[in-house]
Design a protein around this ligand. Structure first.
Ligand code: AMP
Ligand code: MN
Ligand code: MN
Length: 321
């Protein structure tokens, strides 16, 4: 397998970035690569760009270096886009466009590759796992290992989802050998929730509705609810996974209001529905079992539009079994 450093030869300035509303894999990957390149290319200037990471990621070394102000006039020799396509880079997209060389490392099935160099492997659990393969294991240190570990556990639900492959576990084992407190990381970055986060999750679960013979479940959070509980979109992570845990549910939908008649939609499935295909119909994407998109319209219109696609898939699957 090629190594990322081979694609960066001679570069004096390198930018590393990931998708908007960055999750654990996105942040772990960006920071893992950032720390790795700072060590491997001491002469070069390496910059990491991301929307401000949630406080729980404060345990990652040098997270304070992340630039959340985007100087769109900057021209980098190389720009590495991680865990995303260029259209989800947000404000960093303008910087990406100007870069002399674009490298795209990702694991989303919906990503057709948006760089001059594309390393897109949908069978990978996470971008962090793929990045580790692109690094020289001898050059990985405890801080890089910790960042990559966070990426892997967040995208695999702590090595629980079906995207966890034997190689994922091997890599995870190599990472934990560095001796960081993995148990504390899992607890503090994955499971721990503030009281208000727990309350809004409880409310979303309480108000959820099942349909299509209980095979689908949906819930939503309005802007007013977010104001009432004093939470931001970052605090809503994990709600959709709880909906998906309900017995007999094949597909779950969670949405929150982002503007007037605008919703961010998250979907999960047990594999019977390809939610990435559903999300792609509405301009989004993701993986077979976890995907997202942004939809315009009323909450009920959005449910109707999504259900048509989901019902078609469930009907087609029913015919084949
Ligand atoms: P979410 O439910 O938003 O956490 O997203 C689930 C998965 O789908 C993650 O891997 C996201 O990166 C991906 N995803 C979410 N929204 C989009 C989108 N608009 N386009 C492509 N991938 C997305
Ligand atoms: Mn991600
Ligand atoms: Mn990912």
């Amino acid at each position: 397998m090629m190594k990322i450093i081979d694609e960066l030869k001679g570069a004096k300035t390198v930018a590393v970035s990931g998708h908007i509303r960055p999750d654990g894999d996105c942040i772990g990957s960006v920071m893992g690569l950032y720390l790795y390149l700072k060590k491997e290319m001491p002469e070069a200037q390496i910059d990491a760009y991301l929307e401000k990471p949630a406080e729980i990621f404060g345990c990652i070394d040098h997270i304070e270096d992340v630039k959340s102000e985007f100087n769109t006039d900057r021209v980098y020799d190389v720009f590495v886009a991680l865990d995303t396509t260029d259209d989800r880079l947000g404000e960093a997209q303008a910087i990406y466009r100007r870069a002399h060389k674009k490298i795209n490392v990702d694991h989303h099935v919906s990503n057709k590759g948006c760089g001059d160099v594309n390393i897109v492997e949908p069978e990978r659990s996470s971008t962090a796992e793929l990045l580790y393969e692109l690094m020289d294991p001898e050059k990985v240190d405890v801080q890089i290992a910790k960042a990559l570990y966070i990426g892997i556990i967040h995208d695999t639900g702590v090595l629980r989802y079906s995207n966890t492959a034997p190689r994922t576990l091997q890599i995870t084992s190599e990472l934990v050998k560095f001796g960081f407190d993995f148990s504390e990381i899992i607890e503090e970055t994955f499971y721990e929730r503030t009281y208000l986060q727990t309350q809004i999750m409880g409310r979303a679960i309480l108000e959820s509705v099942r349909f299509m013979d209980n095979r689908c479940i949906v819930s939503m959070v309005t802007r007013r609810m977010m104001e009432f509980y004093r939470v931001t979109p970052k605090d809503l992570d994990g709600i959709v996974n709880h909906l998906q845990s309900v017995k007999d549910v094949d597909c779950s939908i969670f949405m929150y209001e982002t503007g007037t008649l605008e919703y961010k939609v998250s979907m999960r499935s047990n594999g019977k529905v390809d939610v990435s295909a559903v999300a792609m119909k509405f301009g989004g994407g993701g993986h077979v079992r976890a995907a997202g998109c942004t939809m315009n319209g009323t909450y009920h219109d959005n449910i109707n539009n999504l259900s048509i696609e989901i019902a078609e898939q469930l009907k087609a699957a029913g015919k084949n079994t």
